[in-house]
Design a protein around this ligand. Sequence first.
Ligand SMILES: Nc1[nH]c(=O)nc2c1ncn2[C@H]1C[C@H](O)[C@@H](COP(=O)(O)OP(=O)(O)OP(=O)(O)O)O1
Length: 166
Amino acid sequence: MYLRKIYTLVFLRNETQILLGLKKRGFGLNKWNGFGGKVEHNESIIDAAIRELREECCVDVNKSDLKNIGHLEFTFEGESILMDVRVFSASVYEGVPTETEEMAPKWFKYEEIPFDDMWPDDRIWFPYLLKNKLFYGIFHYKGYDTILNYEVKELKCMETFYKNKK
Ligand SMILES: Nc1[nH]c(=O)nc2c1ncn2[C@H]1C[C@H](O)[C@@H](COP(=O)(O)OP(=O)(O)OP(=O)(O)O)O1
């Protein structure tokens, strides 16, 4: 049995670009990724997504402008933690993305996403995000560079997915 820990992962997007942040410390150091982190005790997932976005790149987003677009699960050979990552997208927000101690934000054109400097799983599930499809992915890693096995699929509706998951 795994110990499930819930994380958020938020992507700001416009018609031609996506905002990624270069992680400056901790888990995923030196990788480009969305903004997010652990959901704290007594905090809703959506509130954690808003808080992490503000803490990591100084941008504010309203609950109603955050869309849950995917669900990812990561396990690691020999470890009992399951990282349960809730993925969100927003195109309406307030503020200018600004570098913080944790992340250096940068806009990337959709054709220029730096997959070589991202988590290896990203190039597998990003195509769903880029086509505006909802997705589910589960990845089992050996260390942090090798994916031993995975499954990714399109979802029709996030609410139905979570209802059936319980
Ligand atoms: N394989 C993976 N692929 C991916 O695209 N994102 C991943 C990933 N594994 C983790 N993430 C994301 C989820 C979350 O947004 C972030 C990890 O969160 P952190 O460890 O930075 O959490 P916190 O910011 O709460 O940590 P602290 O440094 O303890 O404050 O990386």
